[in-house]
Ligand binder design. Structure first.
Ligand SMILES: [Fe+2]
Ligand SMILES: [Fe+2]
Length: 407
């Protein structure tokens, strides 16, 4: 890759994004007791954790096939390539959408079915998790589905997304396939007790102390609901019961219901706990805004590092990377881009798609594989509050595009 090639595709003097205004909102991690925003980790800490988390040999969760390696350079060779790439993304996303939609439906049906005294739902739940897993292995665009939110009831997308993230972590930890699927089933069902508290979870304000205490009861409700699923496969039931019991426990003892600490929290519960927190923090709720995914990743290696078993956290971190798919980032050449496909060889060099120029004005979409452009780096995440000020229309379209409505 020649520097001149890079220059052909990027402005001589790229305009830098304007200084970002102060944050407009104070975000709080929903799953934690302390109300303050977690401190982001210093850059060195992120790098160090990255080295630790990046094992020497780990099979990629999603292998990006050679013909999926996008670059402007390749596009230049073939004038029609740009539309081909768009077409390819469209095809993969359509396929991802069908699977995601099916899993959402099964999640919704499961929540409804659990109002009955008993249900035979395991084979359907197992099927949902297997099709999600299959898509994770074969569709490089599939991880992007975790950006979606079901606006009518966030629980459905929350459970499906948590299953996707948790399985991604289990794959990164080299767990055998059957174990990965069990983690997926447990994550899919981790909040089955929540509908008993739906009045509280729909409130458009923060819960008070009493209400927060009440919602903790969703763990016990979840275990009761689990008993209603008559056809549950035995090994999967054990892991699911553990995850429902412990997904709010924290290594430092600050969690609930039992205030377990250290080794008291198994790796499956740890994975789902971290995936659960990531999913919740990166999506809008009736009472708060979403947090930018890369910022949550910084919390994971900063102030939230002590909350989860380290092996579980490494799996989640490896599966999502420093810049998870769907993140909006600013490039060192000035443009604003969306992370589109992860590069498993590098946590910080995914394939991105340019959306806005350095002045936050719309620009032609181009796919850039940052592995092929070593002189172009991701500089930082784009803060939603800055985007809302600089290009309100784009921001509102971006928020709406994350709502899963075709369902
Ligand atoms: Fe929960
Ligand atoms: Fe949850």
């Amino acid at each position: 890759m020649k520097f001149s090639d890079l220059r052909k595709n990027f402005p001589e003097e790229p305009a830098k994004p304007a200084a970002r205004p102060e944050k407009k909102y104070e975000e709080k991690p929903v799953e934690r007791k302390p109300d303050e925003i977690p401190e982001a980790a210093p850059v060195e800490e992120v790098k160090r954790f990255k080295q630790e988390a990046e094992p020497p040999v780990i099979e990629a969760a999603v292998q990006v096939p050679d013909d999926m390696r996008f670059s402007i350079k390749k596009e230049e060779k073939d004038a029609s390539a740009r539309s081909d790439l768009k077409e390819m993304e469209k095809e993969f996303r359509e396929k991802a959408g069908v699977v995601y939609s099916r899993a959402l439906s099964i999640s919704k049906e499961t929540f409804f079915a659990l109002n009955r005294p008993y249900v035979e739902k395991f084979s359907e739940i197992d099927y949902a998790v297997r099709i999600l897993y299959g898509e994770m292995k074969g569709n490089p665009f599939f991880p992007g589905m975790i950006s979606y939110l079901t606006p009518s009831n966030y629980l459905y997308s929350h459970c499906v997304n948590t299953a996707i993230i948790s399985m991604g972590a289990a794959i990164e930890l080299n767990m055998p396939e059957e174990e990965v699927l069990k983690v997926g089933i447990a994550a899919f069902l981790h909040d089955i007790g929540m509908p008993d508290y739906s009045e509280l979870s729909k409130l458009e304000r923060k819960l008070n102390e009493n209400e927060r205490e009440l919602v903790k009861g969703h763990v016990a409700s979840g275990l009761d609901k689990l008993e209603k699923i008559m056809d549950f496969e035995r090994g999967a039931r054990e892991i699911t019961a553990a995850v429902i019991s412990r997904h709010h426990e924290r290594v430092d003892g600050s969690g609930y219901p039992d205030g377990l600490s250290g080794d008291g929290i198994d790796v499956y519960s740890g994975i789902v706990a971290a995936a659960d927190v990531y999913e919740a923090m990166t999506h809008k709720r009736p009472w708060r805004e979403a947090i930018e995914p890369p910022k949550v990743m910084k919390y994971f290696v900063g102030s939230m590092k002590e909350l989860f078993p380290s092996r579980a956290l490494k799996g989640v971190f490896s599966g999502l990377s420093m810049y998870p798919v769907g993140s909006l980032v600013s490039l060192s050449t000035g443009e604003i881009a969306r992370v589109t496909v992860l590069n498993k060889k590098s946590f910080s060099r995914p394939v991105v798609k340019t959306l806005l120029d350095g002045e936050f004005n719309p620009m032609e979409e181009a796919y850039i594989d940052l592995m092929e452009y070593p002189l172009t780096d991701i500089e930082a995440e784009v803060e939603y509050s800055a985007l809302a000020v600089k290009n309100p229309r784009f921001f509102s379209d971006f928020e709406i595009s994350n709502f899963w409505v075709d369902w």
